[in-house]
Design a protein around this ligand. Structure first.
Ligand code: AMP
Length: 382
């Protein structure tokens, strides 16, 4: 089957045409700067441009749009309602709309993408794949905030978790790499991209995860600081007079590696800064790795042990230095890295623990588009 995978953000549409028989992408690309002066006007125009590219004589991957068997959409927030991927129906659209207050930046462009794809390809099935679904089974002790209960019951204020599409893909690969034994292994997966989170997995499902109601909770990220005393927000507003929009910007765009280093949200720049002796870059790197170490330790306690630690996404796949700093001093869990294997693992699947390590440590490059395509094909084939 040929599946068009769409990932619609507020100002960009990423696409990949995936062939499930060949097991690879036939085309991929991005239309960005949507709504900007020199860009395309809206998501409708962006999707028209995507389809023009796909069928362009000579360069396009398709003879005609009728070769597309289904469209798979990434939807960031599925709330408590969606525990797996679903075929899009009018009722599903309404339910995704109801999740907008939970993800005001992410769900509206995904909805636009679905509606425009339905307009362009009216007879093609559309499937929504949710970034929250992998975490749907989090037990109440892991997903309820210790706030007045009515906020949970009446307003859905709870922890949802994100990066679920990536966790599902990495879990499937881990199961293959570990000889079909993932379900019985106490596993922690760290997704370290520009956004970063970490998840404890047992029995093939998430049992705890570091992101919460929004992707702000948990690890230190590129421009988000993760866990924070909520009193800091009160201090900013009540004592320093920050308006709410500025608090929002500070939390989402000005914190994390960027906030601490004052340099960059990109781990490559932070590592280069450390090399050059920049103290604030060193502090940012230390905070980043220290926070993740604390989570790995906490999740070992949650799981009652640790059998597998896996790294994925931009930093996790490509930075031996971060992996080394995170794993250092975990000898009390009998976790030891093989320095050579760790140094050699860049952007490829690899096992990097030392021979005498009781914990297996793996690098598994993520492929969210592939997972979306496979989930979409499975639903359409029924
Ligand atoms: P992602 O969101 O998965 O695309 O990850 C993006 C992040 O990965 C970037 O912000 C970089 O900080 C990081 N990254 C990519 N390549 C490297 C590398 N070779 N070393 C360290 N970090 C990297």
């Amino acid at each position: 089957m040929k599946i068009l995978v769409l990932n619609c953000g507020s100002s960009s549409v990423k696409y990949e045409l995936y062939d499930t028989e060949l097991g690879r992408a036939l085309a991929e690309g991005i239309v960005d700067r949507i709504g900007e002066e020199r860009g395309v006007a809206d998501h409708g125009q962006a999707l028209e441009l995507v389809s023009e590219r796909l069928v362009a004589p000579g360069t396009g991957a398709l003879g005609g749009l009728d070769e597309v068997d289904a469209v798979g959409h990434r939807v960031v927030h599925g709330g408590a309602r969606f525990t797996s991927a679903v075929k899009v129906t009018p009722e599903v659209l309404t339910a995704i709309e109801e999740c907008v207050p939970l993800a005001p930046l992410h769900n509206p462009p995904a909805l636009l993408g679905i509606k425009e794809a339905m307009r362009l390809l009216p007879s093609v099935p559309q499937v929504a794949v949710f970034d929250t679904a992998f975490h749907a089974g989090l037990p109440p002790r892991a997903h309820v905030y210790a706030l007045p209960y009515h906020l949970y019951r009446d307003h859905g204020v709870r922890r949802y978790g994100f990066h679920g599409i990536s966790y599902q893909y990495v879990s499937q690969r881990l199961d293959v790499l570990l000889g079909g034994r993932l379900a019985e292994l106490k596993t922690v997966i760290a997704h370290l991209g520009n956004g970063a989170s970490v998840t404890a997995v047992y029995g093939g499902r998430a049992v705890d995860t570091s992101m919460g109601l929004t992707p702000l909770e948990g690890l230190v990220m590129g421009s988000r600081g993760g866990d924070l005393d909520p009193g800091v927000l009160l201090f900013l507003q009540q004592k320093l007079g920050y308006p709410v929009e500025e608090v929002d910007r500070l939390l989402n765009e000005e914190s994390g590696l960027l906030g601490v280093s004052g340099r960059s949200n990109d781990m490559r720049d932070i590592l280069a800064g450390v090399e050059a002796g920049d103290e604030r870059c060193r502090l940012a790197l230390e905070l980043y790795c220290y926070r993740l170490r604390k989570y790995v330790g906490a999740y070992a306690a949650v799981l009652g042990g640790l059998d597998v630690l896996a790294f994925t996404a931009g930093v996790g796949e490509n930075s031996p230095q971060v992996r080394e700093l995170v794993c250092a001093d975990f000898a009390f869990l009998s976790l030891r890295l093989d320095p050579q294997a760790n140094a050699a693992a860049r952007g490829c699947e690899a096992e990097i623990q030392a021979e005498d390590s009781a914990v297996r440590v793996l690098v598994v490059p993520t492929d969210e588009e592939r997972l979306i395509a496979e989930e979409t094909a499975a639903l359409v084939l029924g």
